[in-house]
Design a protein around this ligand. Sequence first.
Ligand code: NI
Length: 145
Amino acid sequence: MGIRNIVLEGDPLLCKKCREVEKFDDRLSNLIDDMINTMNKAEGVGLAAPQVGVLRRVAVVNVGDGNIELVNPVIVDSSGEQREEEGCLSCPGQYAVTLRPMFVTVEAFDRFGKKVKYMGKALKARAFCHEIDHLDGILFKSRTV
Ligand code: NI
């Protein structure tokens, strides 16, 4: 397990649409472990694979109640609105108020290919949306209000 370098704003990798994961193998497992370590060391609440230079649909989230790993995540339901200040490990020192849903439901797979489902409210909903946006090459600044 290691720490990976975080790609910074301005790098074209952050603007690409990521491809789905097809192989649930050791390589994926290592990527997820490294992403969790990298997120926690940077004291972030989420990290997406393109932020470590991997253009695959993988994200991790931890809003203080444990690590969540999301492979090929899809938002299947959302409701409400929130306007809160948001930042990104790829845009150090930059913060902006974004418009996000207050509640989201995400379906995804874990590292073993097992289906998982998470409900997020407030910060967790925001983190899910922010990280899934990264997988489509979207930075939080395009969600500002
Ligand atoms: Ni981010």
